[in-house]
Design a protein around this ligand. Structure first.
Ligand SMILES: Cc1ncc(COP(=O)(O)O)c(C=O)c1O
Length: 329
């Protein structure tokens, strides 16, 4: 088996991130809700991509890269954190950002994450939502190579095996915190999109011999389509660290009942969840990912489907609130 701790990474994450109880939200829902605060990972506002980028940047360094390219929506948290990590380690950064139809437009193109991308010095290429952003990114990569640059292309959401390794570390932190705080959980709930967070977290829990069910609330796909993506990446991640892929069997749970009309389009339940967490706990969620994840948690917890003790993995993104002011006013 690969010695996981020996896999190279750069240091970006403020950690361990806290694992906190949410007493007022718990009282409202009639069960115990805790939050793992990965919104506090520290890199330019924090969020889940910090952990993935620790491994992706080490990989970029090992390939001698001097430039990072990545892809996302115009309000991508992943793009913001990539721009910040690039700045910190002296890489040039190119972001290929897709417009997302159906999103509120008043502040979408100049506030929130895109404002922070610009502040961090990233070069931004906007593409329409019917353009193939991966094709655009590949072309950009060839162009940069022809100019003598050494670009490293990070996939959407940083979700490949290398990026997923970051969430193995998160699972290890949770294992230590559960023991130290004498906690037990019936479910871990998180928002799932490009799948690396859920896949990495599950790989880490498997490595630590912890069998808490992890439920991914889908932000853009139905239950089965998302499950297949997470399952495939979990198997590849287990293989990468030298564990049998058979350990991935019956570990992936997803729920596609809360994403509404599509990626980036808020639902009433998302808006309510964001408001409830802010007003009960001073906890800032985001309109695209964690708001939907929490909307799922609230609904399922009220139906008694998540047990008495629930851990929500807060994956960050509150910077996106400033691009969605229309829907909160
Ligand atoms: C705030 C936030 N939460 C959750 C996710 C979903 O994580 P993943 O893409 O690894 O499934 C993202 C992805 O961009 C995100 O920005």
């Amino acid at each position: 088996m690969t010695d996981f701790v020996k896999i190279d990474r750069v240091h970006l994450c403020h950690g361990p991130t806290p694992l906190e109880s949410m007493p007022r939200l718990s009282k409202t829902l009639g069960c115990n809700v805790f939050v793992k605060r990965d919104d506090c990972t520290g890199l330019a506002g924090g969020g889940n991509k910090t952990r993935k980028l620790e491994y992706l940047l080490a990989d970029a360094n090992s390939e001698g890269a001097d430039t990072l390219i990545t892809i996302g929506g115009i309000q991508s948290n992943h793009a913001r954190q990539t721009a910040a990590a690039a700045a910190k380690f002296g890489f040039d950064c190119y972001l290929v950002l897709e417009d997302v139809s159906g999103t509120p437009k008043k502040d979408y193109y100049h506030n929130g994450n895109i404002l922070l991308d610009q502040l961090c010095g990233a070069h931004i290429h906007q593409v329409a939502d019917d353009e193939d952003s991966m094709f655009f990114a590949e072309q950009l990569k060839s162009q940069l190579i022809s100019q003598g640059k050494k670009p490293y292309l990070i996939p959407v959401g940083g979700s490949n095996t290398v990026g997923s390794l970051g969430y193995i570390r998160c699972a290890q932190e949770i294992a230590v915190q559960i023991k130290a705080q004498k906690l037990s959980f019936d479910h871990i709930v998180l928002a799932t999109g490009s799948a690396g967070t859920q896949a990495g977290l599950l790989a880490g829990l498997i490595l630590e011999n912890i069998d808490i069910p992890v439920l991914g609330i889908c932000v853009s796909r139905d239950t089965q389509a998302q499950k297949e993506i997470v399952q495939a990446l979990l198997e590849r991640t287990l293989d990468y660290i030298g564990l049998p892929t058979s350990l991935a069997k019956n570990r992936v749970f997803t729920d596609g009942g809360y994403y509404g009309e599509g990626y980036g389009i808020t639902t009433e339940a998302t808006i309510d969840a964001v408001k409830q967490c802010a007003q009960l706990e001073g906890l800032l969620l985001d309109p695209v990912y964690t708001g939907k994840g929490m909307a799922g948690l609230i609904d399922l917890a009220k139906q008694g489907k998540l047990g008495q003790n629930i851990l929500f993995l807060h994956t960050g993104g509150s910077q996106g609130l400033f691009a969605y002011s229309d829907v909160f006013q």
